[in-house]
Design a protein around this ligand. Structure first.
Ligand code: ZN
Length: 93
């Protein structure tokens, strides 16, 4: 899904700005070990290549999950703040 989106965005950019689109949107592979995307030009995943044992990989996957949950929580915080700001702006007019 993500790869198809990147390919379609790259093809749109190629139509609009030529070969420069290849430098703006880079093709990626999804890593089988950690599930993150890495550039197609790299031979190995830059996220988990240095993790040799399964225990280290499991810890790294857990960190990825915690970071994703933190980003989601931050996004909801901004949404709530945006709601209150827009509500008070609505009341002020
Ligand atoms: Zn990886």
């Amino acid at each position: 899904m993500y790869l198809k989106l990147c390919v379609s965005v790259r093809s749109i950019l190629r139509m609009s700005i030529g070969r420069l689109g290849d430098f703006i949107v880079k093709s990626t592979h999804k890593c089988d070990r950690c599930g993150l995307h890495y550039p197609e030009s790299n031979e190995h995943c830059s996220h988990c290549f240095n993790l040799k044992s399964q225990n280290e990989l499991d810890i790294y996957k857990q960190e990825i999950i915690v970071a994703a949950a933190s980003r989601k929580k931050l996004g909801w915080s901004f949404a709530v703040i945006m709601f209150f700001i827009s509500f008070f702006l609505y009341l002020s007019f």
